[in-house]
Design a protein around this ligand. Structure first.
Ligand SMILES: [Zn+2]
Ligand SMILES: [Zn+2]
Length: 200
């Protein structure tokens, strides 16, 4: 094979092994380029060594390692998401319904501050949660499957506190028998729980 060759389009002298690259770089849109490229590729020795001096060799174990990391990561993601069942992680939009119940608690006659961010972690916004210390419970299911009526007992479960035995329970201003099974509906629903002693 000759030491130099000429580009069939611009006639500049080019090393034979560089001619394909020359066509790609200098005449990428010339109408003859695709045909010339195919013809040159068919000639042995015409396509020079690849630009990367040390081609990247991917070993099987590397593929397996990446697969393991991906599978493990996805698994951890789903485990951390699934763990709070039956209080699923939600978007915070409340696509199915977005209700709020006002909860007030007293302990020995003194108001108890209900913490902000109950049900909220870095990885999960649980369907029942608080955003501030006002006692407003947010109920935000995204789907019909998540959209059952939750109870005040469910909120205590998310909070991690026992409902226990309040001395008095008021629902919308009316005293009712104290029970954790009272459903959480939308405002103006208001629940008051009066304990002899309650530690938030
Ligand atoms: Zn919310
Ligand atoms: Zn809300």
């Amino acid at each position: 094979m000759a030491k130099t060759d000429h580009c069939p389009i611009c006639n500049v002298s080019v090393k034979p092994e560089n001619l394909v690259r020359h066509l790609n770089d200098i005449h990428p849109r010339h109408p003859d380029t695709p045909r010339l490229r195919e013809e040159l590729r068919a000639e042995v020795g015409r396509v020079g060594p690849k630009r990367t001096a040390a081609p990247l060799r991917i070993q099987k174990w590397q593929v397996a390692l990446v697969a393991l990391i991906v599978v493990g990561g996805v698994g951890v993601y789903y485990l951390t998401r699934a763990s709070p069942e039956p209080y699923p992680c939600v978007s915070g939009v409340g696509t199915y319904y977005h209700w709020h119940t006002q909860l007030s608690i007293t302990s020995g006659g003194n108001p108890v501050t209900i913490p902000a961010n109950i049900g909220i972690t870095a990885t999960c916004l649980e369907v029942l949660h608080t955003h501030d210390t006002s006692g407003l419970i947010h109920i935000e299911p995204d789907t019909p499957e998540q959209g059952r009526v939750y109870t005040i007992g469910d909120f205590f479960a998310v909070w991690g506190k026992p409902f226990g035995a309040p001395d008095h329970m008021f629902l919308n201003g009316t005293e009712i028998p104290a029970s954790p099974t009272v459903g959480l509906y939308d405002r103006p629903e208001a629940i008051i729980l009066q304990y002899a002693s309650f530690t938030p």
